[in-house]
Design a protein around this ligand. Structure first.
Ligand SMILES: [Zn+2]
Length: 229
């Protein structure tokens, strides 16, 4: 009888933890990306189909499982660092991984029309765009000013917190990722709506260009949007 009771409680624990931890499509997508990053760091890349058959299959339509917003930096290629293949990830790359209406429109397209269940906002160590903003004096040249302007609030926040030069740089990179998340949630009607409906999960991280590892950055809890589209 005692054994039976133990078995029953074990059964309950297993079933309930299954319910609690049962991830949706967004969680599964995140797992896929992080598994891919582990393979990349270990130098144990998966065999990917990038051949003619796969191309032809994808020409009929794409169904990427994740959207990634990251920096244009040549050392931060999402397909490589997440070890993914053709048609897997929908990528928006802009210096400093900031978003403007065009980038937001691209995210909305990936989430609403292609039904990607995950948005990953990925900053990276030693980001030149953040560094340039930290060192900005006067008016930057050409259109770079638009990027600097976007990153500046993160730099100001990091400077206020203080610390060594490296600490401020690192904090600014993380703050910038959080600000991008804020922009996505505040400047899009569609994205918060999809998040509220449980159709889209948003996560953030920082890619270490030296180790190859992606470290998660905690985001503030999403407040459901009152706006509809
Ligand atoms: Zn960068």
């Amino acid at each position: 009888m005692k054994q039976f009771k133990i078995l029953i409680s074990l059964f309950i624990v297993v079933v309930f933890s299954g319910i609690v931890f049962a991830g949706g499509a967004g969680d599964e997508a995140l797992q896929k990306l992080m598994d891919g990053n582990k393979r990349y760091v270990a130098g144990n890349l998966a065999t990917k189909d990038i051949g003619d058959t796969k191309r032809k299959e994808l020409s009929k339509g794409q169904k990427p499982f994740a959207i990634v917003v990251t920096c244009s930096d040549s050392r931060v290629p999402p397909e490589i660092l997440f070890d993914q293949g053709l048609g897997d990830i929908f990528i928006i790359r802009v210096a400093g991984n900031v978003v403007d209406p065009i980038a937001l429109g691209s995210i909305e397209y990936g989430a609403e029309h292609l039904n990607a269940p995950l948005l990953f906002i990925l900053g990276h160590t030693n980001c030149g765009a953040v560094k340039a903003t930290l060192e900005a004096k006067g008016k930057p040249e050409g259109n770079i000013g638009a990027i600097v302007k976007k990153i500046m609030p993160a730099v100001e926040k990091a400077k206020k917190k203080g610390g060594t030069e490296d600490e401020i740089f690192e904090a600014a990179i993380k703050e910038n990722v959080k600000n991008v998340y804020d922009d996505v949630m505040k400047k899009s009607n569609i994205i918060p709506h999809l998040v509220g409906e449980g159709k889209l999960k948003i996560v953030a991280g920082e890619y270490d260009i030296t180790t190859g590892e992606v470290e998660m950055i905690e985001l503030p809890k999403a407040t459901p949007s009152k706006k509809t589209h």
